[in-house]
Every structure is written in structure tokens, then in C-alpha cells.
Design a protein around this ligand. Structure first.
Ligand SMILES: NC(=O)c1ccc[n+]([C@@H]2O[C@H](COP(=O)([O-])OP(=O)(O)OC[C@H]3O[C@@H](n4cnc5c(N)ncnc54)[C@H](O)[C@@H]3O)[C@@H](O)[C@H]2O)c1
Ligand SMILES: N[C@@H](CCO)C(=O)O
Ligand code: NA
Length: 433
């Protein structure tokens, strides 16, 4: 059986997991790939004696991998934007295929990287970058190829979902984040997880693969979980909802919604039951209907599972004529459209609003009249006397589906009322499978 030579750059959580699984399941993997995936060289800032690398050549300089003429596939697992971009472009320049788990890199520089790869007739694969071990890129680009995909929505950051799940159990945000970091789930800079940037990277990639548009990370509306309080989690539950951090992409006649934010979902929705580091992506296709992909979104061997699936794909595909390969973002270049990404004001959603109001007669009536003047129908409204505190009593309401601009205008008017204190809390609400 032929050897395909692999060079692994970065032996951290994912790199270490990839090494381990390649050793443990070598026979199974070779049986599927039709060749031996041989790790010919590894590079990392510091040695990993715990991995038992044996006589596999190790260096601290990534260039040693890129410049090794024996290496067929470079596996980029160092993370970040700049070093990774340089490394991947250099590997492509040398005519090597690339497998990466780096969604930041693909979301920001994917258009440039895929152009370079087309030029050199090499493959760049990135399954591990989106929803970790779940083969969701495979599902969108290949399994659902018959469909006009209308929307997709997912829990696509394991760290954020882990934090929200543990907060429900009454645990402290910072303590849970620290735990997620220790478990190897969080990004090197955990603000990427907390502020929704990591989820926006993944959503950007999925939206392009689903709708056939170029990667446009800068157009994604991004809101994280930092402002979600136990108070709102509890009150959302009283209304029959769970608070989940979702990425939502929807293709409409007038453009594409591309948004990442905390969302109320009815507790009976399947996606409301996805807890901990697990991810789930729902995809709605016109032929198949709704399908859901569920599994571990982060972690060493779970992510390695996707890295190695890409290695097998690349190893098998190299023998195919490049024109017959699966296109990078699912569509051939001449089929990519310029359907625009919508601005946040053009989004349509339902909304949970919490208004900190003074306990004075007529406040509810004023709130209701602002809502109605802005064309917003109220689904439910809640105010508990028992929560009267310092002369203030929160008003919680849930709207029907409206344009975000209507809600923003109404919030501005409410915040200007003398009876309303501080900012109005706004969480979007969506109803799924
Ligand atoms: N951890 C996960 O669960 C997970 C899941 C999916 C995707 N990812 C992605 O996989 C990539 C790697 O993540 P990780 O969690 O393994 O990170 P990590 O920090 O554990 O590992 C990165 C490794 O790369 C090495 N490295 C970084 N820059 C280097 C350089 N210039 N030269 C030599 N070595 C260098 C570091 O020494 C480190 O060992 C990131 O892009 C991340 O977003 C991670
Ligand atoms: N930090 C990411 C890793 C997987 O991409 C997460 O928590 O989902
Ligand atoms: Na994946």
C-alpha cells in the first residue's frame, strides 16, 4: 500500500488528538483511504514527549514542514490569523495540499486561500473548523447537494454552550469559562468564544457553502453571551424558553441574514436540548426538509476525527481530475452569486424584552402604546409584584415576529421614558424543529 506523507504543524489539543487517533486507528484509516497516512514530520513551539513521537522528525520551525519535499499534505493546527495564513499560502505555493481546523483563517482569508489553491491545483480542506467533529461541511456540500438551502441555524460554539448550560445550574460565568479552557475547548483568546466571534467565523463559512456566496465575515452581525444574566435565563424559562447562543443564516429574496446572538428557543425544540460542549446544526433544504447534525463541537479526539476524515478525502481525491473535485465552498466559481448580506436592521425575528420600570401607574400602558405605534404585536407580557425592588419592577414581554428596526425604534422610545431606568434588555427568539 502506498504512503501519503503528512506534516503536522501545531501539536496542541487538536494536533495531539490527531497524532493519537492516527496511531490508534492506523489500520482502519488505511483501509478506508486506500493508502497509509504516514506522519513524516511534526512541528510545534515546544516538544511533546507525552505523545511518544518515536523517531518522527520534530522541529520548532514550521518552515521545516513546508519545505520538506517528501510531504504531500500539510495539516495546519497552530490557530490564529497571520502565522496560519503565511503557513497555508506557503504550503500551497510549494504544491502541497492543506488540511486545517482553523475557522478564523478560512472565514477571514478563505477567498484568497482558495484562489491560490485553485491556481496551484491543490486541495484545502477545513471540516474540523466548523462544528468540530460533526461532518457538517460534508453534509452541506455533498449530502444536501440536491437542495436549495433556505436557512440553517446552529449551536456552533462548544465553549459558549457549555457556559450557558452550567449557568442554568446556577454556576458562575468566570468559573465555568476557566473550566472550558482547562478542558481544551476554548480558543487561545477566549473572548472569541464569549463574544460570538468564533461562532460568526463558522456561520460565515456554512452560509457560503449553503447559499453559494463569497465569504463575508465582516458582514456578519455578532453578539456574544457576556450580557446574558441568570435573571433572564430564569425568566425565559418561565415563558417556556431556553436561552441558546445561535448562528442563523437565512436566504431571502432581498438578501441573506447572517447573524450570531443569544436566542430564546421554545424548550420543546430539539435544539433547546443540546447542552454542554455539544453542537447541533439544523439545515432546511427545499427537497429534504429539515435535517439536524448533532455531536461534539470541540475537544482533542472529536476534532481529530474531522481532521483525519479530511486527510482521507484528500488522499483519495488527489488521484481525481481537479475539475471533478468538490468545490471549496460547495459551488463552482461561476455559480457563486453576489446575493447581498442584509444589515441587522433588516433581520426578522421575535424578541424578548426586559424593561426596568418605575412602579408608577400607567407605565404598562405607555410601553404597550409604544409597541403598537411601532407596529409590534405582543405575544405575552409579564410583571411580578413580588419583584418590586427600590421602587422598580421589571416588565418582561415577548413580541411576535417583526423587523429588527421596529424593535430598535421602540427600544429607543422606551429608554427615553422617565419611568424607564437604564437599557432595555433585548434577546431574539426563534422557533425551530
Ligand atoms: N480545541 C478544540 O476543541 C478545537 C476544535 C476545532 C477547531 N480548533 C482549532 O484548531 C486550531 C488549534 O487549536 P488547539 O485547541 O489545538 O490550540 P492549542 O493552543 O492547543 O495548540 C496550538 C499549538 O500550535 C503551536 N504553535 C502555534 N503557533 C506556532 C508557531 N508559529 N510555530 C510552531 N508552533 C506553533 C503551539 O505551540 C501549540 O502547541 C485552532 O485554529 C482552533 O481554532 C480547535
Ligand atoms: N473554541 C471552539 C472550538 C471548536 O471550534 C468552541 O468552543 O466551539
Ligand atoms: Na465539522
Amino acid at each position: 500500500m502506498k504512503d501519503v506523507n503528512i506534516g503536522i504543524c501545531g501539536l496542541g489539543t487538536v494536533g495531539g488528538g490527531t497524532w493519537e487517533v492516527l496511531q490508534r486507528n492506523a489500520r482502519i484509516i488505511a483501509g478506508r483511504a486506500g493508502c497509509n497516512l504516514r506522519v513524516a514530520r511534526v512541528a510545534n513551539r515546544s516538544p511533546r514527549p507525552d505523545l511518544g513521537l518515536g523517531d518522527t522528525p520534530f522541529s520548532t520551525d514550521l518552515n521545516d514542514v513546508v519545505n520538506d519535499p517528501d510531504i504531500d499534505i500539510v495539516v495546519e493546527l497552530i490557530g490564529g490569523y497571520d502565522d496560519a495564513r503565511r503557513l497555508v499560502l506557503a504550503a500551497i505555493e510549494q504544491g502541497k495540499h492543506v488540511v486545517t481546523a482553523n475557522k478564523a483563517l478560512i472565514a477571514q482569508h478563505g477567498n484568497e486561500i482558495f484562489d491560490a489553491a485553485r491556481e496551484k491545483n491543490v486541495i484545502v480542506a477545513y471540516e474540523a473548523g466548523v462544528a468540530g467533529g460533526i461532518p457538517v461541511i460534508k453534509a452541506i456540500r455533498e449530502g444536501l447537494a440536491a437542495n436549495r438551502i433556505q436557512w440553517l441555524a446552529g449551536i456552533i460554539n462548544g465553549t459558549g454552550n457549555y457556559i450557558l448550560t452550567e449557568m442554568r445550574a446556577g454556576r458562575d460565568f468566570d468559573e465555568v469559562l476557566k473550566e472550558a479552557q482547562e478542558l481544551g475547548y476554548a480558543e487561545a483568546d477566549p473572548t472569541f468564544d464569549v463574544e460570538g466571534i468564533d461562532a460568526a467565523h463558522k456561520l460565515t463559512i456554512m452560509a457560503s457553502a449553503a447559499f453559494g456566496v463569497p465569504l463575508q465575515f465582516d458582514r456578519a452581525y455578532t453578539e456574544g453571551i457576556a450580557n446574558i444574566t441568570p435573571y433572564d435565563i430564569t425568566h425565559a424559562e418561565a415563558l417556556g424558553y431556553r436561552v441558546k447562543h445561535l448562528g442563523i443564516a437565512r436566504s431571502r429574496e432581498d438578501g441573506i441574514e447572517l447573524r450570531v446572538h443569544p436566542t430564546l428557543v421554545p424548550e420543546k425544540n430539539l435544539i433547546a436540548k443540546v447542552d454542554g460542549v455539544l453542537n447541533a446544526v439544523l439545515v432546511d433544504g427545499d427537497a429534504v426538509g429539515q435535517t439536524m447534525y448533532y455531536g461534539p463541537g470541540a475537544g482533542d479526539e472529536a476534532t481529530a476525527s474531522a481532521v483525519i476524515a479530511d486527510l482521507v478525502d484528500v488522499a483519495r481525491t488527489v488521484s481525481t481530475d481537479s475539475a471533478q473535485r468538490v468545490p471549496y465552498l460547495g459551488f463552482e466559481s461561476d455559480a457563486v452569486t453576489d446575493h447581498r448580506i442584509l444589515s441587522p436592521n433588516e433581520i426578522r425575528s421575535a424578541y424578548y424584552l426586559r424593561i426596568q420600570a418605575l412602579d408608577r401607574p400607567g407605565v404598562l400602558a405607555k410601553v404597550a402604546s409604544i409597541m403598537s405605534e411601532n407596529g409590534i404585536n405582543i405575544e405575552s407580557i409579564m410583571q411580578k409584584e413580588s419583584e418590586l425592588h427600590d421602587g422598580q419592577i421589571p416588565v418582561i414581554l415577548l413580541t411576535h415576529t417583526v423587523l429588527e428596526k421596529q424593535v430598535n425604534d421602540a427600544i429607543a422610545e422606551m429608554e427615553a421614558l422617565p419611568e424607564v431606568e437604564g437599557r432595555v434588555v433585548r434577546i431574539r427568539a426563534e422557533n425551530f424543529l
